[in-house]
Design a protein around this ligand. Structure first.
Ligand code: NAP
Length: 261
């Protein structure tokens, strides 16, 4: 009977995780997705993809053991609040090496008018404090419920998939997926007469252009800070994560060869 190939586990959810998967040996890689989007992007031939939660830390521990996972790259989104901690706990329990791939946050530049807030509730309070402002919520659909105290007729909401029924009925909806070009963001802010932008501090290039457009138009921005991340080795670039992952796979291959000779 042929052994199953050893596969490193990439926890996806970010652009960088998808890019990392494209750079790794396909038959040595599993990409795991939470399953929040109904049409996830394609993966290279040979990459194994699994979708759906593991069932908390115990479920992930069981998965790491059952699949003999040699190493984990946590490439979840900077706003994934739970999975990074689950990954840290499960990898510690199984003595599996783990690396977090986390792009740097944005920081304000000259000409920016940012209000930093710690949570979506605080962002909603900042919007409610300016009832005459037309606010653009560029935060996805999962946390829109925090804005239910705001007048929906003053809100423009952008998400990849439609917001849940009954949430902010009456708000203007834009269904779109980044990356977004600067000119398009500029036009959108002008056409929709936006005078307040709300964003998560996601970092990265794909969605930065809305901040540049807001700066150009002098539009204030409410920026929601990231949730905490577990301690442990972290890199900011796909290249660094790929080098680490390839080294982990090479170490496993060396161990296996040593055991055979
Ligand atoms: P979360 O709070 O960290 O995760 C909630 C639960 O979803 C986890 O406990 C886990 O379920 C499951 N999960 C998350 N990432 C997974 C993965 N890569 N593979 C398998 N299961 C996963 O994250 P979230 O905010 O709900 O986001 C869900 C996913 O969307 C994450 O992968 C994240 O990277 C991505 N995402 C999030 C945002 C955001 O703004 N929050 C934006 C873009 C993309 P179990 O406990 O059952 O294992």
């Amino acid at each position: 009977m042929q052994d199953r190939p050893t596969r490193l586990l990439v926890l996806g959810g970010s652009t960088e995780a998808s890019e990392l998967v494209r750079q790794l040996p396909p038959r040595a890689t599993t990409l795991s997705l939470a399953g929040r989007t109904t049409t996830p992007g394609p993966v290279p031939d040979g990459v194994a993809r699994r979708v759906g939660g593991f069932g908390g830390v115990p479920g992930l521990v069981a998965y790491l053991r059952a699949e003999s996972i040699p190493a984990v790259v946590d490439g979840t989104h900077p706003f994934a609040a739970h999975m990074p901690f689950h990954a840290a706990a499960a990898c510690d329990a199984c003595a599996v090496p783990r690396l977090r791939l986390l792009r740097p946050p944005w920081s304000p530049r000259s000409g920016d008018d940012w209000t930093m807030v710690a949570s979506m509730d605080e962002a909603a309070a900042a919007v409610a404090a300016r009832p005459s402002a037309r606010a653009f919520l560029a935060i996805g659909r999962q946390e829109l419920v925090a804005f239910e105290g705001c007048d929906p007729s003053r809100l423009v909401v952008r998400s990849i998939e439609p917001r849940p029924q009954g949430v902010l009925d009456g708000a203007d909806a834009i269904l779109d997926r980044g990356p977004f070009a600067f000119e398009a963001e500029l036009a959108l802010l002008q056409e929709r007469r936006i005078d307040l932008l709300v964003t998560k501090n996601a970092g990265g290039e794909a969605t930065r252009s809305k901040l540049e457009a807001a700066r150009q138009l002098g539009i204030p921005v409410v920026v929601v800070a990231r949730p905490p991340s577990p301690p442990g080795p972290t890199v900011a670039t796909v290249a660094e994560a790929a080098a680490w992952a390839v080294a982990q796979l090479a170490a496993v291959a060396d161990e296996t060869a040593g055991a055979v000779t």
